[in-house]
Design a protein around this ligand. Structure first.
Ligand code: ASP
Ligand code: MG
Length: 263
């Protein structure tokens, strides 16, 4: 379907968490779902992704100055290269710059003092890596997909009495945008866009992160700012159960439930 000629095409935001971006067949699902939604709404889709599963935990350990940081960085580099190969990508070409960025951060002058801006940048690498891999894979499958740096669009704001730590590592973002913001966002050429959850621009121009689990918030923020037709938070479970199936082995999958029951 051709791209609607006006910038007024409706948006749908789709968010996929760590386990939903860590296997090749899941990226096929993401690509299919994105195309389907764009067709259904005769509009455009923004895909928001988390880091590969477990990666933010590793980055958190590195950011907190773990004694085996060097080994953790090497393991993260190896894992992303391996996954890129599994996606049949030229792993070095696709990831070279990002992985060099991660390694440079680990040896950065700020690492010893673990400054807050450095910690935020370290934590942000997971989503930057996963979105870079996903964009390369989906493009290789023939999708018209643009990669967006979420920090160019989500601005952290300062709240009264907010600590420097929270401003940097548990940031709140501006929730209003003007028509100019929306027009600039819509001016990006591709019908489908992919961006990172969890990360935003700090007031000083550096990186801020939204706090653990923040990618859902990113999706909601983008949905509001874009006045999207819908925001879908995808996760890799079959549905809602009568109880937590990890604790109650005979919990049953609910075929149907309304909003109040879900609450
Ligand atoms: N990757 C971040 C985390 O693990 C954000 C998210 O996935 O929601 O907390
Ligand atoms: Mg989550």
């Amino acid at each position: 379907m051709p791209l609607p000629s006006t910038g007024a095409a409706p948006w749908v935001v789709l968010k996929f968490g760590g386990t939903s971006v860590s296997q090749r067949h899941r990226w096929d699902t993401i690509g299919r779902t994105a195309c389907k939604r764009a067709d259904e709404c005769e509009g455009r889709v923004l895909v928001v992704v988390s880091a590969l599963s477990g990666v933010t935990n590793e980055l958190t350990a590195i950011a907190s100055g773990s004694h085996d940081s060097a080994a953790r960085v090497s393991a993260l580099v190896a894992r992303h290269l391996r996954f890129a190969r599994e996606l049949d990508l030229d792993a070095e070409a696709v990831l070279e710059e990002r992985l060099a960025g991660l390694q440079a951060l680990a040896g950065d002058a700020r690492a010893a003092a673990r400054t807050l801006d450095w910690q935020a940048e370290v934590l942000a690498q997971g989503e930057l890596l996963s979105s870079t891999l996903g964009a390369a894979y989906l493009r290789a499958q023939g999708l018209d997909l643009g990669w967006v740096d979420a920090r160019d669009w989500l601005d952290a704001i300062e709240l009264p009495n907010q600590t420097d730590w929270a401003k940097r590592l548990s940031a709140s973002c501006r929730r209003e945008a003007d028509d100019d913001w929306r027009a600039r966002f819509a001016a990006q050429a591709s019908r489908l866009l992919i961006t990172q959850g969890f990360i935003a621009r700090h007031g000083d121009g550096g990186t801020a992160v939204l706090g653990r689990g923040g990618s859902d918030t990113s999706a909601a923020l983008f949905g509001g700012l874009l006045r999207a037709r819908g925001v879908e938070i995808w996760t890799d479970v079959p549905g809602m159960f009568t109880a937590n199936p990890r604790e109650v082995p005979d919990a049953r999958l609910l075929v149907r439930l309304d909003y109040a029951d879900a609450q």
